[in-house]
Design a protein around this ligand. Structure first.
Ligand SMILES: Cc1cc2nc3c(=O)[nH]c(=O)nc-3n(C[C@H](O)[C@H](O)[C@H](O)COP(=O)(O)O)c2cc1C
Length: 355
């Protein structure tokens, strides 16, 4: 069934009106989240969520819990999220949680699949100036564009996709890198893999230049700071079909070099989005918290920086001492399954060669 499925949850008046505007002329079926669960597989699904000031609304929690409990609930689906908050907080947190739960249940997301409104609509200040409309007008236009993006999106497969393997890990000790290299071996017969290590060069974090300065450098495919990011990473990002990002958990965050890389991507997306590229990730925590890292990667690279998110985009593993990850029970099977998912999402058999 190709008709858009709109799943409403805790719908407020502003969300109701924004939805009406966004869906004008679109064929859709609308259901409340409390009855939507059996309908979610194989559909284009717009989650339309109203959020109270304190954030943790029972209906939203029930939806996320149901997704977490059923690993195939959104098999074959493509999703997007429209989220309308009453207060200034918790919209992003809710979107990150919902996106990860849906993704692990099989949902694919196009790049930038979230349109959110805080209670004041102040998060639309810049867009309202750029678009020359009111805050509410900018929010509604973006919601309409989101619906179109969801309806039109389909991932690009290629006979020999280019995968950028990016990390900042020590080759002799890192659990994350050992898993990453094993995945690389599995997909290598079908993909061109370009590995970049950020560990040896000094990586400066984003300087936070003005939009004008950032755009000036972006026009030359550059950035205020040069170095490995502009010389090696920018061209490799522009070339690749997918990024495989290796993320050890450092204090419940991606490590500093990986975060600096993400921040410096701003220059790349000023003119060209990364909508046609997919993001995959390996996440290893010594003790716990890989879900927080997964949400950080989704929030930064898919919701913000416009990479599309393939179903079950990450392999998460707990391991601390060097070598522990590759000794974990079932790790080879999880690596095999992950590599197979990467190929399913990226690789198109070339009928002319029979490969
Ligand atoms: C600076 C630093 C901070 C860390 N913080 C955490 C943490 O907050 N939670 C956790 O589970 N593991 C933490 N770890 C452990 C790593 O996640 C663990 O060593 C894991 O194997 C991934 O790193 P690796 O790829 O270098 O092996 C930390 C390690 C370092 C070096």
């Amino acid at each position: 069934m190709n008709e858009l499925l709109v799943v409403t949850c805790h719908e407020n008046e502003r969300l109701h009106e924004t939805l009406s505007y966004a869906l004008e002329g679109v064929a859709f079926e609308r259901v409340s989240s409390s009855v939507a669960l059996p309908l979610l597989a194989g559909r284009r699904v717009l989650f339309a969520i109203g959020l109270s000031e304190h954030g943790l609304d029972a209906e939203v929690i029930a939806l996320i819990a149901a997704l977490r409990q059923s690993p195939n609930l959104m098999q074959g689906s493509t999703g997007a999220i429209l989220l309308d908050g009453t207060g200034e907080l918790y919209t992003k947190q809710t979107a990150d949680m919902l996106a990860l739960a849906a993704n692990l249940a099989g949902c694919r997301f196009p790049g930038k699949p979230l349109v959110e409104a805080t209670g004041s609509l102040d998060n639309w200040n810049i867009q309202s100036l750029r678009r020359g409309v009111s805050l509410l007008g900018a929010y509604r236009q973006a919601a309409r564009e989101l619906v179109q993006r969801l309806l039109e999106f389909s991932p690009k497969k290629k006979p020999r996709p280019k995968v950028l393997l990016l990390h900042a890990s020590d080759r002799t000790t890192s659990n994350t890198l050992q898993i990453g290299m094993r995945i690389s071996e599995k997909i290598e017969p079908y993909c061109d893999i370009h590995e970049i290590s950020l560990i040896n060069g000094a990586i400066f974090d984003c300087r936070g230049c003005s939009y004008k300065t950032c755009s000036h450098f972006a026009r030359q495919n550059s950035c205020f700071y040069g170095g490995v990011i502009t010389n090696d990473v920018y061209p490799a990002i522009n070339e690749c079909d997918a990024l495989l990002l290796l993320c050890p958990n450092y204090n419940d965050s991606v490590s500093a070099n990986i975060l600096a890389f993400i921040n410096r991507l701003t220059s790349v997306v000023v003119y060209n989005g990364l909508y046609d590229k997919q993001i995959f990730s390996v996440i290893v925590s010594g003790y716990s918290g890989s879900d927080i890292i997964a949400q950080q990667v989704i929030g930064a690279l898919c919701l913000n920086k416009t990479f599309s998110l393939p179903p079950r985009f990450c392999l998460m593993q707990t391991a601390n001492n060097p070598g522990e990850a590759m000794q974990a029970e079932g790790i080879e099977e999880r690596i095999d399954a992950f590599a197979a998912r990467m190929l399913e999402s990226l690789y198109e058999k070339d009928d002319s060669t029979g490969i």
